[in-house]
Design a protein around this ligand. Structure first.
Ligand code: SIN
Ligand code: CO
Length: 378
């Protein structure tokens, strides 16, 4: 089990989305949930997004090679780092580490990126637009974090995600079990001292661009949002769009944004989707309710696949759950059961049996297992 050693309430009040900080020994006796060899193996699979970054020109330049990889021998003993996204989707052993960060809501959680770095390896100075907790596993790495500010792309190259060197406000060495928290916008750069495993928990929120594109898709898909601007008076200067009309036209958007019936479904659908592929594990033949009941009666648990988001909305006007961009209506189910279904990533056999006794929920579990969202675990 991975249990955080710091006061998360205080962290949320003083640091979260505000200030970077080092959380020394945030995990005591930290044990890597995955080995470097296992990570190297995952990066050989096409389904996973992986990259190797080579440090060149004495730490002044970096080259990125996209995976999947066949072997790593050519990269040698130092000056490189392997990074693999969404490892939590493919390696259930990493799930307990992710669970430690559920003091933040599931909708924000992006993925667990795991990296293996050799001495002098790193990705170079850059800025992320999400919050990240960098957990140091085996090995040691030096991290520098700068303040918020305007930073130029490295060497004036508009194509690069890297920035010029910056003045650090944190300059520290992370040891096994330490965490570095970095809010969006703070420049940072890690350099490896001894062969190291790092775990990045990324937390993201939608941008206006993403929201607008989602709203547009949702309205088009559902043939909604047909209302047009109407006015009772017109300004007489023929070439001018009056201030009233500007407000009135834009009010069509705020109307959508102020109406829960319009935005709740859209937000649930949007925020329950994952940016990275899931390891959907559909059974070879779909279960009937009776078959699933029989299978589970022997003491089996139901486990949610890594990364699947099962969300509910506070003050929702309907009883439902949003799962991976789909809606599951639960009109006849009580609120406690709905919360249990969304909050628990693993349903033990007692809970499963209790849920199967409710016909609407029993059918939901069959649908979820047949969709590959949950799997049976003895
Ligand atoms: C790294 O582990 O070097 C990359 C993580 C990050 O900078 O966000
Ligand atoms: Co970063």
């Amino acid at each position: 089990m991975y249990k955080l050693n710091f006061d998360t309430t205080e962290f949320l009040a003083t640091q979260w989305q505000k200030k970077p900080m080092v959380l020394r020994q945030a995990f005591t006796d930290f044990v890597d949930p995955i080995s470097a060899d296992e990570l190297a193996g995952l990066a050989m699979e096409e389904e996973l997004a992986s990259r190797v970054v080579l440090t060149q020109d004495e730490g002044k330049n970096w080259q990125v090679i996209q995976g999947p990889f066949e072997d790593y021998e050519q990269y040698g003993e130092d000056h490189w780092q392997l990074l693999v996204q969404a490892v939590n989707h493919w390696c259930p052993e990493t799930q307990p580490l992710v669970e430690a960060f559920r003091f933040l809501p599931d909708w924000r959680f992006d993925d667990l990126m795991v990296s293996f770095a050799t001495p002098e390896g790193g990705v170079g100075p850059h800025i992320d637009n999400y919050d990240v907790f960098i957990i140091q596993g085996e090995g040691r790495r030096r991290w520098r974090v700068g303040d918020l500010g305007e930073y130029r792309p490295r060497d004036g190259n508009p194509e690069t995600p890297l920035i010029d060197d910056f003045e650090p406000i944190i300059d520290t060495i992370l040891e096994t079990g330490d965490i570095l928290y970095i809010p969006p916008g703070f420049p940072h750069c890690g350099v490896t001292l001894t062969p190291a495993m790092s775990y990045s928990i990324g937390m993201r929120a939608p941008s206006q661009q993403e929201l607008f594109s989602q709203v547009a898709d949702y309205l088009l898909d559902n043939n909604q949002g047909q209302q047009r601007f109407e006015s009772t008076s017109e300004l007489v200067s023929p070439a001018t769009i009056s201030a009233d009309q500007q407000h009135g036209i834009m009010a069509l958007l705020t109307q959508l944004a102020n109406n829960p019936a319009q935005y709740q479904t859209m937000l649930g659908l949007m925020l329950s989707q994952n940016r990275f592929d899931l390891d959907i594990c559909e059974p070879d033949t779909p279960y009937t309710l009776e078959e699933l009941h029989q299978e589970l009666a022997g003491g089996t648990s139901l486990v949610r696949i890594g990364g699947l988001k099962v969300l509910q909305l506070e003050s929702d006007q309907q009883q439902r759950l949003f799962v991976n961009g789909q809606i599951f209506e639960l009109a006849a189910t009580d609120a406690d059961t709905i919360s249990m279904l969304s909050n628990l990533t693993c349903l033990d056999n007692t809970q499963v049996m209790q849920l199967l006794a409710q016909p609407e929920v029993a059918q939901l579990l069959v649908d979820w297992v047949n969709a590959g969202f949950y799997y049976l675990f003895d």
